[in-house]
Design a protein around this ligand. Structure first.
Ligand code: UN1
Length: 500
């Protein structure tokens, strides 16, 4: 299948992929696959205005009916799973299996949101006053801006959009400028779902803005955008938060991770090795949940590390579109340079590097293929505190579990974490209030590859937001507390006397 076939299969037209100023290159071989027209600041402002109009109509549509649109979106995604999965793979370089996984994650959250559309539950609350009742109702919030990153160009949009839509909110996507094609293909799928849904889906309900940072800034500046959900780097999240705080707008931030695994003496090492390799080299180490730090008990360190380095030596690095490849390319040359610099710094800090280095340079001179690296570190030094978006795994030893947990919590990021142990006392301690400080804490599975049913996100510099499952939907609604007096008296709360 040629690259053009992949674009065609997703229905992308010449008008969308040629003649524009945004050059899109595929990480597969570094070649240009499209020149996409960009939206202007005026277009972004017009999109917000359209979104506001759509909100007026959409908030009146009953939530279960709104769920029907998301059900249709899920159906379309099922039909398009292979086509979209292949485009994800072509555009961001993750292997096809992971591209499919991303689309499956979209389908899963659609299913979740359909059920949710009949369960946007509020509470009834006991009033302290006789003849009074209290209740809490969740209402639609308004236009939601969804800013996404190159490494997951599909699923995070859908975690946000599927929930926002059933909650009664129009959505405006601003994908990474490195991966606009996936979002354009998603927009087409949405347009088909909207057409199948019929009359009460207002124009402007689901929109996409293609361009650079200035478009994101239009979204963060506008009082008509009630919520910004942003996935990406910590500097990007800080910029979004600063802009939004000027107008006290709501945010969901899902930023960097520096995720660790503690491997205890009782761990099933066979399982640990499989989990480590998937979570450290999957998506070429470019997931926010990628495993970056391995904290291994000193008694098993010398068994585990040689086993791992052996598996790393045999990893198939290659085109993400070819079956059998486990490690695709990094997104671009900049990412490769960042990896090389991090490895240099790790050496300067006393690290011993296994693997690393450029790969497939003859076959793909313009792409950024690298061999994943394991770096044995004498201590958790400065570079280990840094998130480098590349397949680098820092390995360190521990003696005492509390010291290992302290090490795992010592970094600025707080997204995901895990322990491999078959000792219940250890695993429960890890999950307790004195344990991992991350939004995600797993036992006997790696830190990446979360299911959509749980709330997804993390603490500290990860931004504190939660997306996807559990009660994350509440962020897309406004809560209203109502006290109703059905008596003939007007008692005041707290027993205050105020006679006139
Ligand atoms: C991301 O890298 O931004 O848990 C999201 C995971 C995926 C999502 C990752 N479900 O690894």
């Amino acid at each position: 299948m040629t690259y053009q076939h992949i674009l065609d299969a997703c229905g992308l037209t010449a008008a969308e992929t040629t003649g524009g100023t945004l050059s899109v290159t595929t990480p597969v071989d570094g070649s240009e696959i499209a020149r996409v027209p960009m939206h202007s600041v005026a277009d972004a402002e017009a999109a917000i205005a359209k979104g506001v109009e759509a909100f007026e109509a959409w908030r009146k549509v009953p939530a279960p009916r709104r769920g029907e649109l998301v059900r249709l979106l899920g159906e379309e995604l099922r039909r398009e799973k292979e086509n979209l999965g292949r485009l994800v793979s072509l555009e961001c370089g993750k292997i096809y299996q992971e591209g499919l996984g991303e689309v499956q994650e979209m389908i899963d959250i659609c299913d979740f949101a359909v059920g949710l559309s009949r369960q946007l539950y509020g509470l009834t609350i006991a009033s302290e006053r006789p003849g009074h009742s209290m209740r809490e109702t969740w209402h639609p919030l308004g236009v939601c801006g969804i800013i996404t990153a190159f490494n997951f160009p599909a699923a995070p949009w859908c975690w946000n959009a599927a929930l926002a839509l059933v909650c009664g909110d129009p959505v405006i996507a601003k994908p990474s400028e490195k991966t606009p094609l996936t979002q354009l293909a998603i927009q087409k799928i949405c347009d088909r779902a909207m057409a199948a849904f019929g009359g009460d889906a207002p124009e402007g309900l689901i929109q996409t803005l293609i361009g650079e940072r200035d478009l994101g800034e239009v979204l963060t500046a506008s009082r008509d955008v009630a919520l910004i959900s942003a996935t990406g780097s910590v500097p990007m999240g800080k910029a979004v938060a600063a802009d939004m705080s000027k107008r006290l707008g709501k945010t969901i931030l899902e930023l960097g991770g520096n995720n660790a695994m503690i491997v205890a003496p009782s761990a099933d090492l066979e399982m640990a090795v499989r989990a480590i390799v998937f979570s450290a080299v999957g998506t070429a180490g470019q997931r926010c949940t990628s495993l970056r730090r391995l904290i291994v008990h000193e008694d098993i360190y010398d068994q585990l590390i040689p086993r791992l380095t052996k598996v790393y030596e045999g990893l198939s690095i290659g085109s993400p579109l070819e079956a059998g490849t486990l490690v695709g390319p990094l997104i671009d040359a900049g990412a490769m340079t960042a990896m090389e610099k991090a490895l240099e710094q790790a050496c300067a800090e006393g690290g011993t590097v296994h693997g690393g280095g450029r790969a497939l340079t003859d076959q793909y001179p313009d792409a950024a293929y690298v061999a994943p690296a394991i770096v044995e570190m004498p201590a958790q030094s400065a570079i280990v505190h840094t998130e480098t978006f590349a397949p680098i795994l820092y390995a360190m030893k521990y003696t005492d579990l509390d010291a290992a947990i302290a090490m795992q919590n010592a970094v600025p990021q707080g997204l995901s974490s895990c322990i491999f142990s078959t000792d219940l006392r250890e695993t429960e301690h890890f999950l307790s209030a004195q344990g991992s400080d991350c939004g995600i804490a797993n036992v006997n599975i790696g830190p990446s590859g979360a299911e959509i049913g749980g709330a997804f996100g993390g603490e500290k510099e990860t931004g504190g937001g939660r997306e996807s499952g559990s009660d994350a939907w509440r962020a897309y609604m406004r809560r209203q507390t109502s006290t109703v007096n059905y008596s003939r008296e007007l008692p005041l709360a707290q027993g205050i006397s105020f006679e006139i």
